[in-house]
Design a protein around this ligand. Sequence first.
Ligand SMILES: Cc1cc2nc3c(=O)[nH]c(=O)nc-3n(C[C@H](O)[C@H](O)[C@H](O)COP(=O)(O)OP(=O)(O)OC[C@H]3O[C@@H](n4cnc5c(N)ncnc54)[C@H](O)[C@@H]3O)c2cc1C
Length: 481
Amino acid sequence: MCYFTGMTQPKARQTLSDSVIKAIQAKYPQGFLSVLPEDLVNYGKDWTRVFPPNPSAIVFPRSTAEVASFLAFCNENSIQVVPSGGRTGLSGGAVATQGEVVLSLVRMNRMGKLDTLAHTLEVEAGVVTEAVHERCHAENLTWPVDFASKGSSHVGGNIATNAGGVKVIRYGLTRNWILGLTAVTMEGQVLKLNGALEKNNTGLDLRHLLIGSEGVLAVITEATLKLVKNPESLDVFFFALEDIPAVLKLFHEVRRGPFQTMAFEFLTRNCLRVLDEIKSLRPPFSDLDSHQAYVLLEVERPESSNGQKLLDEWLAGLFERGLVHDGVLAQSPKEAKELWGLRENISESLAHRGFVHKNDIALPVASLESFIDDLKNYFSDQHSGFEVFIFGHIGDGNLHVNTMKPDKMDQDEFVKRCKKIDQGLFALIQKYRGSISAEHGIGLLKKDALGFSRTHEEIVLMKQIKKVFDPKGLLNLNIGP
Ligand SMILES: Cc1cc2nc3c(=O)[nH]c(=O)nc-3n(C[C@H](O)[C@H](O)[C@H](O)COP(=O)(O)OP(=O)(O)OC[C@H]3O[C@@H](n4cnc5c(N)ncnc54)[C@H](O)[C@@H]3O)c2cc1C
């Protein structure tokens, strides 16, 4: 199946002729275009590390006007383009494998006005996510899009992927925190969508079409972010639990708890072992081996005068009823950071340990327990011999399923086997009406599997919409199935 069939699929690597390169150099300021080998590698890839980067050039516009002029030039000359943010994507969406020109937003990193009345911040797409947090912190505000790659990912990439992260259970996806967008189509049209309006029921909201579109429709260049007040006081717990069913029982209790849940993250025992092995990170429990699962819980303490008492009673109840085996509560911001480190360093530790095949899936929360049972049986019956690491934002039904390459297996053989594993896994997800990509998008990685989560009718409409925005099929042509 192909998402954008009917579009021109590249048959051979795109190359830029000398005359095109000279034309670009003459039209734009010095440093706009690079063909330096280190830039081609660096800006042509993302975090997936599966697809070899192979762009023909990188361009670094500094303004929406430059993006518009460059895309119009590419459209006229039928040049394929891949927009690129912080390149932390985990689906290969920003990887240029076919000689596409990478349009990096890295130089569009200016922040504008922070409006403390409207709680908004204007930014360019290349601003790093964490820089937004730092800017807002001074006003006791935040942009609640938060995850381990925030020190490198860009706001534009967050919007293009409709990023999730550790606070979705409290604040929802990036989509909820975007008021306005400026974006440029392949034909060079500049779209100014919704400005800073909270309310605007005038026709189709194109802004929401672009959020999560992975750069296949337009290049996002600017945004008006919606901000929220920082939570008053946070408590961070780390619990050891018997097994995965116990995690879901704990989640029931958390749902009924006397607080606002900010994060409910889980990891299996083998994730913790790798954290210990690679980064010497471990929770302060004497015994790690008798617990199969761990949960990081962050809550906003109830504001009432007896808030602390309510929280203490709730916690004591968990231990009395044997719902948790062990637990620790951070006593300082430093300790809270250390506990968060146990969750946030998993991806990186796994990547250091070996070659990992990643899946980022979503299930209805109510089906998680039986899905995980089926998943375990699927691996033990049909694909034993692979170590599987599961962690993620279980509070919103999102699991990261990571299969580690066995040391003795050749990488090509592993990739082949994983393709087979995925077919069974995706069929299982489909059975539960889940999603084959919860947060990371489709990119190059899942381009053949969209049909497991979307119907034929939906995919036909997606193709038609793509054609409206990009009639020649030049923008991020290779991503999507
Ligand atoms: C350690 C780690 C942890 C992560 N945790 C999470 C998590 O918890 N939740 C989550 O959702 N993601 C997570 N990610 C994935 C990733 O960080 C997010 O998807 C992030 O939003 C990508 O932003 P980026 O700027 O790096 O985008 P890139 O990787 O550069 O690009 C991603 C996609 O967006 C397109 N794009 C980029 N910029 C633009 C633009 N300005 N206009 C149009 N299209 C554009 C690209 O072409 C590509 O298709 C994690 C990644 C890592 C490495």
